[in-house]
Write a protein that binds this ligand. Structure first.
Ligand SMILES: *Cc1c(COP(=O)(O)O)cnc(C)c1O
Length: 386
């Protein structure tokens, strides 16, 4: 049975690309003409401008965000067996990055209101083997730089930021990726800044560290056929960098659009709070770049079953029938995934486990209209009057 196309899609990338398509085609044509495909001019340009936009000195383009985490940790001197603290509530790529660096991911629970890492739980998880902490700036909201810096300074930890969902997000005067030793970004197409395939970047203020990252991504070779590190092949394609060069100047505007759309959702959803619909809390005001706009369907919702099971899935199905596309980020926590059961048992991270059952990501993209937002919220209201 085929469904009607959604009236409100979850994302709309063509809306973003149509106005700049000619410009993008032009830069791609130039690269084809020059035959400048690997470690080329567009990449250098993008590394410089993305790092500058993020408030740091150096950028190193890599093949994807997952590689950025793995190579970044390796460059920071993380050794096999070192423990790295990460939030249980994250995309699986954070776990994979740590494992690829041969380190041991130590999961900790999240704050149920912001869905971000609980730093008190993080402090409790520190052992003599703990070397680093990865704050994940989830959904486009940064973890408090002041609080992470305080913890890391007191307990002598390396801060490595997972900023894959937080390009140019801000909090307490810091941009995402600028307060840690280094940070990882992803340019997967649907991220706030996305390329036309896979792509990623490491940023840092440390010149020596940046050099090591450049070496690691390019066969461990600081110069051709000299291999000083056990590296890999993980470069950001020059074609992708060229696309990103065209898109970067629009990013602040796109992020602002998302933030404004979120404010509209917040206002309209306010009366539904008493019915148990609670948006994930924003503690960074206009610095939140809303990669995702996420609500919780709590026990107070009329959809919650008598058994206290929260029926987010029913809401999602009802919205789909109304032509509204939604997502769940993420439906199963990392430690309950078949491949990663050694990371924890059911019940170990209760806030994360509850969130996974409660959360629903509403349509969010630059260009989402107020009319569409009103349509989404009306449909949620209707679904609750069951
Ligand atoms: C997307 C994402 C990654 C991984 O990026 P890829 O480019 O897909 O490898 C890592 N961490 C988080 C939080 C992400 O959302």
């Amino acid at each position: 049975m085929s469904r009607r196309p959604p009236q409100v899609p979850f994302v709309n990338l063509s809306l973003q690309h149509q106005p700049i398509q000619t410009e993008i085609e032009q830069v791609i044509r130039e690269i084809i003409q020059r035959g400048d495909f690997i470690l080329g001019q567009a990449l250098t340009e993008f590394e410089t401008s993305f790092a500058a936009a993020s408030g740091v000195k150096y950028g190193v383009g890599v093949a994807c965000g997952t590689d950025a985490i793995a190579l970044g940790l390796q460059a920071c001197g993380i050794q096999p067996g070192d423990e790295v603290i990460i939030p249980a509530n994250t995309f699986i790529a954070t776990v994979i990055g740590v494992l690829q660096a041969k380190a041991v991911p130590i999961l900790v629970d999240c704050d149920p209101e912001t869905a971000l890492i609980d730093l008190t739980a993080a402090e409790t998880a520190i052992t003599s083997k703990t070397k680093a902490i990865i704050p994940v700036h989830l959904y486009g909201q940064m973890v408090s730089p002041a609080q992470v810096l305080d913890l890391a300074n007191r307990r002598d930890l390396i801060i490595f930021e997972d900023a894959a969902q937080a390009h140019l997000a801000e909090r307490e005067g810091y941009r995402a990726g600028s307060f840690g030793k280094a940070a990882a970004f992803s340019f997967y197409p649907s991220k706030n800044l996305g390329c036309f395939g896979d792509g990623g970047m490491l940023i840092t203020n440390d010149a020596e560290l940046a050099e090591k990252m450049r070496t690691l991504r390019n066969y461990g070779a600081p110069s051709k056929y000299l291999h000083t590190e056990i590296g890999t092949n993980s470069r950001l394609d020059n074609l992708q960098a060229a696309v990103l060069n065209v898109k970067l100047p629009y990013l602040e505007k796109w992020n602002r659009d998302r933030n404004e759309a979120a404010q509209h959702y917040n206002t309209l959803l306010e009366p539904l709070k008493q019915k148990g619909i609670v948006p994930i809390a924003n503690r960074s005001s206009s610095g939140h770049i809303y990669h995702l706009y996420v609500i919780r369907v709590t026990e107070k919702s009329p959809l919650a079953k008598p058994s206290k099971r929260i029926d987010r899935n029913t809401l999602q199905e009802k919205l789909a029938r109304d032509g509204i596309q939604t997502g769940i980020h993420y439906p199963v926590p990392c430690h309950l995934q078949p491949a990663y059961q050694n990371l924890g048992n059911r019940g170990d991270f209760p806030h994360t486990e509850t969130l996974c059952e409660q959360i629903l990501s509403l349509p969010m993209y630059p260009g989402l209209s107020n009319t569409q937002i009103e349509q989404v919220v009306r449909a949620i209201g209707r679904s609750l009057n069951c």
